[in-house]
Write a protein that binds this ligand. Structure first.
Ligand code: NAD
Ligand code: GLY
Length: 369
């Protein structure tokens, strides 16, 4: 049943986010109002295909929606131009037209790949997000950022292309490992820290229920996260200003992922989680927050057992200067100037470009040496 509904209003498109439990078996009922010619291309990976494809296909077929499937490999390393080329070629060989719809059925990797493919195929076809990880339900499926990685850095090629619908079924998260759950949770804390103090306090208060993945609480987490994200995206769809706040911890995190060559030993949300802690530590050194705020954040990290340090294997291969170089490849660099998001209070973040390099070095040194 759909328990919560949100509307995102961007210049490009307005669309709904439907959130609930056990929605996949009724996906046909929800999707039929959002697709034009009853023909969809479901793009997923082999893991999700095995778990949920049959349920999705059955419910769509029941509503006379014709389905085609494209299955790609699993993992961040799929976010490359070769995958995009192959998806677009398959779609064109099927003679896709602008009334057809792509469905991104998977986590953030699938969402970013399918969104990008949808934005460039025939200069733009409809697409629907059915996110299957916590990270994708609370963050990547909403807001229209699409992209792939290159040798130079992460997500450096991509588009802003909004979906036509987001269908977030929390029952799909039951098969997610706790490790992946926590990776998504890093993005949840982010909203609390940058813009929603009551939400952060609610998360702290309900830690044990969240850790047990209680459905009611997970629905609330997805709802409040998407509400915060929509609020920002509605005001700044193309990241000209405040959307940059959503990158809190990400410049550090992206550097970690890139230095680790996007290997599975550190997944995206874990890198973000370490990155958030680094950003909080820098906020403290920069005098933006008091020690008590840093302690509050650290205590919640500890409570939830969130990733807070770089694994030794990577530490032994990197240095502070290598890390700083990797940070410079991020999109947040303007005129050679690195912009970072720092905290002023729980629920209040700012974009800063005049922090002390020596303080940044201190934070990195602590984590690396
Ligand atoms: P992911 O898509 O790689 O999924 C993580 C793993 O979980 C994969 O192995 C996947 O097959 C598996 N999986 C997915 N759903 C499952 C389920 N229900 N049960 C069991 N296993 C399941 O990773 P992610 O954390 O979802 O997304 C990370 C990606 O999202 C990164 O590439 C990041 O750059 C991107 N991202 C994009 C945005 C955006 O706004 N576009 C925002 C945040 C992150
Ligand atoms: N995940 C950051 C953004 O969507 O802007």
């Amino acid at each position: 049943m759909v328990k919560k509904k949100l509307r995102v209003n961007t210049n490009q498109k307005s669309y709904d986010i439907l959130i609930g439990n056990n929605l996949i078996n009724k996906a046909g009922n929800f999707l039929k109002n959002y697709i034009k010619n009853q023909r969809v291309f479901i793009i997923t990976n082999k893991t999700i295909h095995k778990l949920y494809y049959a349920s999705l296909e059955k419910s769509l077929t029941k509503k006379n929606i014709k389905t085609y499937k494209i299955i790609i490999g699993d993992g961040e390393n799929q976010k490359n131009i070769k995958t995009i080329n192959s998806i677009c070629s398959i779609l064109l060989n099927y003679k896709i037209n602008r009334d057809d719809t792509l469905i991104a059925f998977g986590g953030g990797v699938i969402g970013d790949i399918v969104g990008f493919s949808a934005s460039i195929t025939l200069r733009g076809v409809n697409f629907i997000q059915i996110p299957t990880t916590l990270l994708a339900q609370v963050d990547s499926s909403v807001g229209g950022k699409t992209g792939i990685n290159t040798q130079v850095g992460k997500n450096l090629i991509g588009t802003f292309f909004q979906p036509n619908l987001v269908l977030a079924d929390v029952s799909l998260l039951r098969s997610l490992s706790h490790r992946e759950f926590l990776a998504g949770y890093a993005e949840v804390i982010k909203y609390g820290l940058i813009m929603d103090k009551p939400f952060f306090n609610w998360l702290v208060k309900n830690e044990s229920r969240i850790n047990r993945h209680e459905v009611k609480y997970i629905i609330e987490i997805v709802f409040r996260s998407c509400k915060n994200k929509a609020k920002i995206v509605n005001k700044d769809e193309n990241e000209k200003n405040i959307r940059a706040l959503l990158n809190f911890g990400h410049t550090f995190g992206h550097a970690i992922e890139s230095l680790n060559n996007y290997k599975k030993s550190i997944i995206h949300g874990e890198a973000v989680s370490i990155g958030i802690l680094m950003a909080v530590e820098l906020s403290l050194l920069e005098g933006k927050i008091k020690k008590v705020i840093e302690e509050k954040v650290r205590a919640h990290f500890h409570q939830m057992k969130l990733k807070s340090s770089i694994p030794n294997k990577l530490k032994s291969k990197i240095s502070v200067s290598k890390f700083m170089n990797a940070m410079q490849s991020d999109k947040k660099v303007k005129d050679n100037n690195l912009n970072l998001i720092l905290l002023k209070e729980v629920g209040n973040a700012i974009i800063v470009d005049n922090f002390s390099t020596s303080n940044l070095r201190k934070v990195l040194k602590k984590h690396i040496e």
